[in-house]
Design a protein around this ligand. Sequence first.
Ligand code: FES
Length: 142
Amino acid sequence: MRKFNRRAILSAITAALPTLLIDKARATTTTASLGFYVCTSAELKVGLSAIFSGQTADGTRIALSLFRTKTGLYAVDAVCTHQGCVVKGTGSLLVCPCHQSAFSAQTGAVMQGPGGGPKSSIKPLVKYKVTEKAGKVYVKGK
Ligand code: FES
């Protein structure tokens, strides 16, 4: 599981964004091979991204985006690599409310830097391994 720095954690916790909380029962459902349980498959609609935040069983605070296409399901970190705000999901694009950086919800690639700046000015969002099994979605860090 990826380690988060203090700034990223505080931003993720304090961001007043419409996120879905990973409740305690979900976060503690962890398997070594699949990672931690985030949501049911039915909660994720094709073409839309959803931001989830919560705490994993090992106490790690997380914020991540899940994005479903017709062909797959993708998970990326939802903490902006610029200064740690939590991005908002708008479909295939994740936009940071702080300085308007934009990222691909499928790959985490930078689509626009802070303030409309160059893509090369910040790092992409970290991708996570995502697995659907028996109607449930699990995410595992790299
Ligand atoms: S914190 Fe996201 S663009 Fe600045």
